[in-house]
Design a protein around this ligand. Structure first.
Ligand SMILES: [Zn+2]
Length: 205
């Protein structure tokens, strides 16, 4: 089975509780410390097996093989990637059964990040996530005052649109944002605007 490590918690001395997002499940697993084990890290894609036993309510993570990405040694890309994986864990941690689009989104992002600005990739996949979850607000109505937004848009958490004068936040151009929301393309957003949107994403999915 393959999955992404979205959370790691150290327990006792060196043992770990590892949460792995596979195609349809968020697995909470136990990993015993052992010298033979390779290192695992947040955001890594792994091939793995689960071993269940009647004595334990939590499956044991075994036969772990790291499936590397070509960009894994880029600190900047890895940091953004790990941050998004951690945010996704917080967003999904109450669930166990998942729609496969979360796994597919990570797969897509892991491939695309190689050639693109990593924050730009995350802004695009987060917009897709909101759309797939039915939470994407494409009608530019201000969340705070309920009036139509004609010009630039400032976003609250989960890309809730507001007038910059209502939320007093940094804003992006609405035409560039419409292109992202309707066609999933961040092409017209500047790197500065991508930074603004990445900041919003970091407030929580
Ligand atoms: Zn407003």
């Amino acid at each position: 089975m393959q999955g992404y490590i979205v959370n790691i918690n150290r327990v006792r001395d060196e043992d770990l509780i590892v949460t792995v997002l596979s195609k349809n499940t968020l697995h909470t697993t136990y990993r015993f410390y052992g010298a033979r084990h390779g290192t695992i890290n947040l955001g890594f894609k792994i091939d793995f097996e689960l071993q269940t036993s009647p004595q334990s309510s939590i499956a044991r993570l075994k036969d772990v093989m790291h499936i590397g990405f070509p960009w894994i040694y880029s600190h900047a890309k890895l940091r953004v990637w790990q941050q998004f994986n951690a945010l996704l864990y917080k967003h999904l941690k109450q669930t166990q059964e998942l729609d496969s689009f979360y796994f597919d989104l990570l797969d897509y992002a892991a491939k695309t990040i190689d050639k693109q600005n990593s924050k730009r990739v995350m802004v695009e996949i987060y917009t897709r996530l909101l759309k797939l979850e039915g939470r994407l607000h494409t009608e530019n109505i201000c969340f705070l005052c309920n009036d139509k937004i004609e010009g630039d848009i400032a976003y609250l958490r989960a890309f809730l649109p507001t007038h910059p004068s209502c939320s007093h936040r940094l804003h992006v151009r609405s035409e560039a944002m419409n292109e992202l929301m309707l066609n999933n393309s961040s092409f017209f957003l500047s790197n500065k605007e991508i930074d603004i949107l990445w900041f919003v994403i970091n407030e929580g999915l």
